[in-house]
Design a protein around this ligand. Sequence first.
Ligand code: FE2
Length: 271
Amino acid sequence: MPRLEIAPLHPVIGARVAGVDLSAPIDEPTRETLSRALADHLALVFPGQSLTPAQYLAAASVFGPPMEQHYSQHNMPDFPMIGLIWHRNGQRPAEMWHTDHTNRERPPAATLLYGVEIPPAGGGTSVASMRAAYTALGEDERRRLDASTTFNALDRHHTDTRQEDRDKYDRPIEHPMVRTHPVHGSRAVYFHITKATHIDGMTPDASRAYMVDLIERMMQPEIVYHHAWQKGDVLVIDNRATMHRAHGDYDRSQSRVLWRIIVEGDRPRLV
Ligand SMILES: [Fe+2]
């Protein structure tokens, strides 16, 4: 067996994991090491993987049980727990900074993306440490955010959402704007700018303006890891303490296909 190696990719966020074949069963000590590494590094890259959908689902369970995704029109027909990120089925790249599925009472702990078809240039994914962003804010603003909550629902700008998904997942869910990481114990800024209908006590317009401004101030290069995809990469993102975004800067005549799995997490809370 090759040795497990975890090497940081960036001073603040991201690590490359070598010596793990995600298509094979993963033993308990390795599972624990990887869960801890995700909490510490917030983004893990497993290069050179070759996975069937069933193998990918089994590997994802290292980080938690796979959970249902709410834009079910994009799920893989035979493996509905895997979502297809693919512009040719009508999706646009999610270019705004966000964390996934905040309209759930218990949003996903992690999102896994597997690079199946990768364009020759562009189309990367950026991941930012909201743990580092929180630390960099002034004390007054940290206190303001500590006391704030958002209400979350499905994205209003998605017009092709199925009625069955609306019925299940479009109820207002309240989350703290700062959450404590259940494994790491540190605090991170937490919100989804297009799923948050408003911040408690503020109008939707004022909430949106504040979140836009906050994102602009937080997203400094020193807290961002940019992943330039290679076919076969698996990128695991810790949704509890990061935001991520896609880059639409690639030629749309080229194919870009990522398989997405989200895994169960706990209810966000600030302690
Ligand atoms: Fe996302």
